[in-house]
Design a protein around this ligand. Structure first.
Ligand code: CA2
Length: 156
């Protein structure tokens, strides 16, 4: 039977976690808390579901893998939530990927990068992110999803 023409697919967000975020909950609880990467992904999925969005998650320790995932998001995602990890402070290539796909994105940092080492204060994404969430712990992922989805067209 033919599919009805007016069935819209659930809009999707890409959740990107960069290098070393697979260590969440395993090392450095004083800085990053005790939640794991799986916990963080669930926080984002639940927040997105409240707004009528689904989430595709990727974590990688490899810059090119992250860039490929961002490029692929152009095909089927409405926006991106990204914690770029240490690439925040170093990567023009990640910035170029995000501006290249021209999807609105939220930059999120678990820790307060402005209250740590000087080199963490600069972000290559700061002026191109639609949303920035800094220092709210892992709950910041929900804040980032809520703020980003509120900027996007709501599913009818
Ligand atoms: O606060 C954040 O979310 C950061 O993006 C985390 C990055 C750091 O380089 C940024 O300056 C701020 C580091 C991610 C590494 O995460 C770990 C988690 C647990 C144990 C060790 C590293």
């Amino acid at each position: 039977m033919a599919r009805p023409l007016n069935v819209a697919a659930t809009p999707r967000l890409l959740l990107v976690n960069g290098p070393n975020l697979n260590l969440l909950g395993i090392r450095d609880p004083a800085v990053y808390g005790t939640a794991t990467l799986a916990d963080v992904e669930k926080i984002a999925v639940d927040a997105a579901a409240e707004a009528g969005f689904e989430v595709r998650s990727i974590q990688s320790n490899h810059e090119g893998v992250l860039i490929d995932a961002i490029h692929a998001a152009r095909e089927d995602c409405a926006g991106i939530v990204i914690n770029p990890g240490g690439l925040t402070h170093t990567s023009v290539a990640l910035r170029d990927a995000l501006t290249g796909v021209a999807l609105p994105f939220a930059e999120i940092h678990i820790s307060d990068v402005n209250a740590r080492e000087e080199f963490r204060r600069f972000s290559y994404l700061h002026d191109v992110a639609a949303v920035r969430v800094i220092g709210e712990g892992v709950a910041g992922y929900a804040s980032a999803v809520h703020a980003l989805t509120s900027l996007l067209d709501r599913p009818s």
